[in-house]
Design a protein around this ligand. Structure first.
Ligand code: SF4
Ligand code: SF4
Length: 430
């Protein structure tokens, strides 16, 4: 039963957040979805117009409102370029919560978020079972990229080329770590996040290798959960709060200077989104949520700004490596130079810049699931820029982007590897 009072309060708060929008339309110029669809409803100004009348619109056609709201990558390009400083991502997340409070969460998402994601033990167990049987439904697509595809499941997943679940998740390779700060005098907590744990454990291994090489103390506790972005971006504020609480509990056992992740989306969620929803957490953990948010830092940024890693003269004829700016890293966190510095710190890496490096790759989490046609078009533009750079390897600091880049390159049979900058740096240490 919808709590009408709660809804009214949330609608009022949303109205207050939107007053600074002056309808200038400058968000149109930077929105990757609008660029493909040319529909005003798909860009921020159109969505804000819809939200200004949200109560009425929901009564008239709640499903239609939801569909329009979900047609957004949450890439933050509009927010980063808005002259009025409208907090667009906060508005969209709050609006999604309101719509779901009104309509209820779809059954499948209820099962995934409330039944699985918020129970990490069960979630890990189910995926580990899924890993054993995934070969029945999928087949390898590209050995170089490590991708798979599936004809049997095409009604559900289309012609996607995806990263399969790893044989051994990162957290099964390395369960817990707690080492002292070495010569660096620094100690970090490491938050691997779901995609690195389940699909790209090699990135987690590279992070540990690099931290150990630089004598940085590491705290990797058990009991970690998802950062909460899939839940909050689907409007499930309750599961989001539960996931944050699980993480606060897991990390409360350690003493560390920074909380590092190798996932731009996890870092942006912890640093930017957790503190925005403080009133959703019990008062006794709010200060810990804030503390974790303050300490959250992208691994590239940590290694360059705190450890002091710098560029090295590149050897001639090294591997040509380019870099894609993940939206959450650049537009939410302002991390742009550090991943490039890290790549150039490996003398065997011949860094080449690609055109439109900071244009969204089109993943957008659930956007890719619901609007794969648009997601593919945005991804294809990124692919053209990667090819034009002449790179042998494309890197990104967010595993979600790595998944999207793998898909676009693998579907076209391109012989270009997808890696994380920290992997390239780690290779230079050997
Ligand atoms: S959200 Fe910002 S850029 Fe977009 S119309 Fe409003 S003020 Fe202009
Ligand atoms: S967050 Fe990205 S996709 Fe969504 S409206 Fe803004 S620019 Fe467009």
């Amino acid at each position: 039963m919808t709590d009408l009072h709660q809804l009214a309060v949330m609608l009022k708060q949303l109205d207050d957040q939107m007053v600074t929008c002056m309808k200038c339309g400058m968000c149109q110029a930077v929105c990757p979805v609008f660029r493909e669809t040319l529909r005003e409803a798909d860009v921020t100004r159109g969505k804000i117009a819809l939200l200004e009348n949200l109560a009425h619109e929901m009564v008239a056609d709640a499903a239609g409102v939801k569909e329009k709201l979900n047609k957004c990558l949450l890439c933050g390009s509009c927010q980063a370029n808005c002259p009025s400083g409208v907090r667009i991502i906060d508005i969209f997340l709050n609006a999604r919560i309101i719509v779901n409070t009104y309509m209820g969460l779809p059954a499948a998402k209820k099962v995934i978020f409330k039944g699985m994601l918020t129970k990490p033990g069960l979630f890990n167990g189910l995926l580990s079972m899924g890993q054993k049987f995934q070969g029945i439904f999928t087949s390898p697509a590209d050995e170089l990229l490590g991708s798979s595809c599936s004809k049997i499941m095409s009604p559900l997943i289309g012609d996607r080329h995806f990263l399969p679940l790893a044989k051994k998740p990162f957290r099964k390779m390395v369960s817990t770590v707690d080492t002292c700060a070495g010569k660096s005098g620094l100690k970090v907590a490491f938050f691997p996040g779901c995609v690195i744990d389940k699909m790209l454990p090699r990135v987690g291994v590279a992070v540990l290798e690099v931290l150990m090489h630089h004598n940085v103390g590491i705290f990797l506790p058990s009991g970690q959960a998802c950062c909460g972005i899939p839940a909050i971006s689907s409007g499930d504020g309750e599961s989001f709060a539960k996931l944050v609480e699980l993480n606060v509990k897991a990390f409360a056992k350690g003493d560390y200077d920074y909380l590092v992740t190798a996932c731009g989306t996890c870092t942006a969620t912890i640093k930017e989104i957790w503190p925005k929803f403080l009133d959703r957490f019990p008062s006794d953990i709010q200060s810990q949520v804030r503390q974790m948010a303050d300490k959250a830092m992208d691994i590239n940024q940590f290694l360059v700004d705190k450890v002091g890693i710098d560029t090295q003269p590149a050897a001639t004829g090294g591997t040509r490596v380019t870099y894609h700016d993940s939206c959450h890293l650049k537009k939410s966190l302002g991390v742009t130079d550090q991943p490039r510095t890290l790549l150039k710190a490996n003398p065997a890496c011949n860094f080449v810049e690609m055109n439109e490096a900071d244009q969204c790759c089109g993943n957008g989490g659930t956007f890719n699931l619901h609007h794969y046609d648009v997601s593919k078009k945005i991804g294809d533009r990124k692919r053209e820029n990667i090819l034009a750079s002449g790179a042998d390897v494309v890197t990104a600091g967010c595993p979600a982007c790595m998944m999207q880049l793998t898909d676009v390159l693998s579907r076209h049979g391109d012989r270009i590897r997808v890696q994380h900058p920290v992997e390239i740096y780690a290779q230079g240490l050997n």
